[in-house]
Design a binder for this molecule. Structure first.
Ligand SMILES: Nc1ncnc2c1ncn2[C@@H]1O[C@H](COP(=O)(O)OP(=O)(O)OP(=O)(O)O)[C@@H](O)[C@H]1O
Ligand SMILES: [Zn+2]
Ligand SMILES: [Zn+2]
Length: 801
């Protein structure tokens, strides 16, 4: 065991072939696959990070030219064999580099620039090491502080759990702390004598201390909740009754919510679904189930009960949910069932919290993991069930390197662990549904809502007839229903669809539209900051009063933001109490949760938001759902535009009438005859599926064809175009005749952050040459990076902008 295979991180010279490095004597027997190491690279012997993906033997004469590993970055592996295998499969499948796959699997705290420290947690024999830790309890783990021999010893100690290693992120904020007091009184009777009967605050404080003599009490809480003054506290400090200390603030954002909740008695459709999945769990069968259940049919309960079976079987469960559906409500439902066995990974957590959760999972302390896309890489070691809720959701596809689809990774991991997968949705992706049709997946239906509640009644309002009557946002019908619903004490969910080019500043005299100087996209107005912003590059400028081209004052904003909609609604219906939910109001940590809690408590009767509110919400008193503009997604240059619109409208409609009250939905549109809108209004997924499949067949799109997008970009438009033609000529010359190659064409948004983008679309059914040709393009792309060219290969793209 003298040689390690290492995948190195060299951005401009990537390759999927590992480099061999000699294992220095002090690391022999200690180095393990899955650890990160520092190795010299290239002629200058620059130090780079790498992952050990294999350890083996080479004959002496073969190793003379090899360089040695410089040092280790971890004392135990950070990736197990499964994840290393997965990274290699993923790199191959997504035409990316294995290093980017490996890095994607780790929490960002381990990706960022970081340092690590070691600390002794046991007695050790080694005197000199022990002495060093006596002088300095926590020591940075690097070559400046330890010799190689010492580092090797530390790695042995780590195996025997005598060392604690901690990773630190540079510039990371320190854990938050706050003031608390700690009781110092031993004889309460004596102290009670001492205090004057009139000092009520002091008496209160004393009673509080007597009740909790051994735990720190948060000063802020004492003051706010017990109405005890700071001066009373300070008085106690002076007398030595209490001591002030600082305590760490709560790290677990959901802890306080746990109220254990028992499994519900299943209805017969749910029972059938659970039985099928259970059998696969018990038989260790890597079957893929497509759970197609209308909104409010109780899919979540099916997930929870099958997860329970995996746990009973001494295995673990992984549940994926789209980021915006990962609401506190959803998290609460899982936590309330499985308590502290659950780990949550989502973007609302701080890097530190994410790292904590990852570590808990890695150490086998979590049996259930719930999270958005990246949670698919959770280092669970014995998976018994994987669930993808809302499996059709576009956020499951990563738009950046490595461009993987979570569904594919889920199915790969399930095959590895011999366990089933549930793909759940009210509106499955056409790809998944077509696979179920063919018998590749097992289709399970939940055709009815819980309690035989009917699906909400949907009305389509033709906005071409309505415009300018009440401003331009609310139709008469929606306004009437809004008033009625509010007066009945029920609640309303209003969705403003923000997809597409729906808003811009336009000069009515010369037609000038205010554009971003760096991107080919119009600027959007933000009232909170009084600026025009670019959503692609962050450019920002003051809202203009006159047209920058013709200096006319006739410059006006077109389009609707949630702010403007809320303002108009307040004017039209003064009794509407509105909560707004969009990117602006949910930026702050916990804001999302706050808005939903207030809505749940009836502190407002209208929840007005963007697509964010379409998924996963389960509020019993919502009886009306309004879609203010159903159209904005329809005309996007994307063959999935109708599917997305259908999904979104079906999902949001499903928020109405979920408990024992009937629901109603109003969809406002300028395209009342569009088939996606019409079929969504009857929630007729089956019919939509057939119709859309016909259209895809005619146009040679998924699921009949596979699609690959190749994007070429550069700061120079000429260079991007030239390279795009070269790539497309190469592909045309090397791919099979049946394969369709579209382009190159400038991307719909041709310029972003000053880079020009060209794209080529490849459509194919089977092409033996494809893999090799694209691998060639991938290698070329590495050479061109130095010239400022970038080539991205995106299999099954979801975004064409
Ligand atoms: N067997 C059952 N008995 C009683 N109530 C149930 C049962 N199963 C689910 N419910 C309740 O019915 C409501 C709807 O269920 P759930 O949210 O799981 O549906 P869903 O199919 O996931 O919906 P959506 O796709 O719209 O998010 C929830 O409030 C849930 O607690
Ligand atoms: Zn003008
Ligand atoms: Zn921009």
């Amino acid at each position: 065991m003298n040689v390690a295979d290492v995948i190195v991180d060299v951005p401009t010279m990537q390759t999927n072939t590992p480099y061999s490095y000699l294992i220095p004597d002090d690391l022999k027997g200690r180095l393990e696959t899955g650890m990160r190491v520092v190795v010299p690279f290239g002629n200058g012997n620059r130090k780079v990070e790498g992952f050990v993906v294999g350890i083996g033997n080479l004959a002496q004469d073969k190793t003379t030219t090899l360089k040695s590993i410089s040092s280790i970055m971890d004392l135990s592996p950070v990736l197990n064999n499964e994840l290393i295998k997965l990274s290699s499969w993923m790199a191959n499948k997504t035409y990316s580099f294995q290093i980017s796959c490996l890095l994607t699997m780790l929490p960002s705290v381990m990706k960022a620039e970081y340092s690590s420290t070691v600390e002794l947690i046991g007695e050790i024999d080694d005197k000199s090491l022990a002495n060093r830790f006596k002088k300095q309890q926590v020591i940075p783990f690097d070559e400046d502080h330890f010799s190689k021999a010492e580092m090797a010893k530390l790695s042995d100690l780590k195996k025997r759990n005598q060392i604690k290693m901690t990773y630190h992120v540079q510039n990371k904020a320190k854990p938050k702390t706050e003031l608390a007091i700690l009781n110092q009184i031993t004889d309460f009777a004596e102290v009670t004598q001492e205090i004057s009967k009139n000092a009520t605050a002091q008496i209160k404080l004393l009673k509080l201390l007597q009740k909790f003599p051994d735990q720190p009490l948060i000063q802020r809480k004492i003051v706010n909740e017990n109405a005890i003054s700071i001066s009373a506290i300070n008085n106690f400090v002076k007398k030595g009754f209490v001591k002030k200390i600082r305590v760490e603030k709560y790290r677990n954002p959901y802890k306080h919510q746990i109220v254990l909740n028992k499994p519900k008695k299943l209805n017969s459709d749910q029972q059938i679904a659970v039985n099928k999945v259970d059998r696969a769990i018990a038989q260790h069968h890597d079957r893929v189930f497509l759970l197609e259940g209308v909104t409010g049919s109780g899919k979540t309960e099916v997930y929870l009960q099958t997860i329970q079976h995996a746990i009973n079987d001494k295995r673990q469960a992984l549940m994926l949910v789209p980021e915006i559906a990962l609401t506190p409500q959803m998290v609460g439902r899982v936590k309330n069932r499985f308590g502290s066995q659950v780990a949550i990974i989502h973007s609302g957590l701080s890097n530190g919290e994410k790292y904590d959760e990852w570590r808990r999972i890695n150490q086998g302390e979590a049996q259930v993991v719930v999270g958005a896309r990246s949670a698919i890489f959770a280092p669970l070691k014995n998976i018994g069930l994987i669930i993808l809720d809302e499996e059709h959701d576009a956020s499951y596809k990563q738009d950046d390197n490595p461009r993987y689809h979570t569904r594919d990774v889920a199915i790969w991991r399930a095959a590895y662990h011999h366990c089933p997968v549930i793909l759940g949705s009210a509106t499955p992706s056409l790809e998944s549904r077509a696979r179920a049709e063919k018998g590749v997946y097992d289709l399970i239906l939940l055709p009815n809502r819980i309690n035989q509640q009917s699906l909400p009644q949907v009305t389509i309002v033709d906005m071409t007839q309505e415009i300018e009557k009440h401003g331009d946002i609310f139709s008469t019908e929606l306004l009437n229903d809004l008033k009625q619903t509010i007066n009945q004490g029920n609640q309303v969910v209003l969705m403003l669809n923000r997809r597409g080019f729906s808003s811009f500043m336009l000069c009515r005299d010369c037609g000038h539209v205010l554009m971003c100087p760096n991107c080919d996209i119009s600027l959007t107005m933000h009232l909170d900051s009084h600026t025009m912003k670019c959503h692609y590059c962050g450019f920002e400028e003051a809202i203009p009063n006159i047209c920058p081209v013709c200096h006319s004052k006739n410059i006006r904003y077109f389009g609707t933001g949630t702010e403007r909609a809320a303002q108009q609604l307040e004017k039209l219906i003064p009794e509407a109490k509105i909560l707004r939910m969009d990117v602006d109001t949910t930026k702050r940590k916990g804001a999302h949760e706050n808005i939903l809690r207030k809505f749940g408590n009836h502190e407002a009767n209208v929840l007005l938001g963007t697509q964010m509110i379409a998924k996963g919400l389960d509020f019993p008193d919502v009886t009306l759902v309004g879609v203010l503009n159903a159209d904005t997604g329809l005309d996007l240059p994307n063959f999935r535009a109708s599917e997305r619109t259908f999904d979104l409208l079906t999902q949001v409609s499903g928020r109405a009438g979920r408990s024992d009250k009937n629901g109603k939905v109003i969809i406002q549109t300028f395209n009342p005859d569009n088939y996606a809108i019409k079929l969504a209004s009857t929630q007729n997924y089956e019919k939509f599926f057939q119709k859309e499949m016909e259209l895809r067949h005619l146009a040679d799109y998924a699921p009949y064809y596979f699609t690959i997008k190749v994007t070429i970009s550069s700061l120079s438009e000429h260079q991007a175009a030239k390279e795009a033609y070269q790539v497309s000529n190469y592909l045309k010359g090397n791919l099979e005749k049946d394969t369709i190659i579209l382009g190159p064409t400038p991307r719909p948004i041709a310029r972003v952050k000053s880079r020009y983008y060209y794209q080529i679309i490849i459509k194919y059914k089977r092409d033996q040459n494809l893999d090799q040709a694209l691998k060639h393009v991938q290698q070329v792309s590495q050479k061109e990076i130095r010239k400022g060219l970038r080539i991205a290969i995106d299999p099954e793209p979801v975004n064409f902008m």
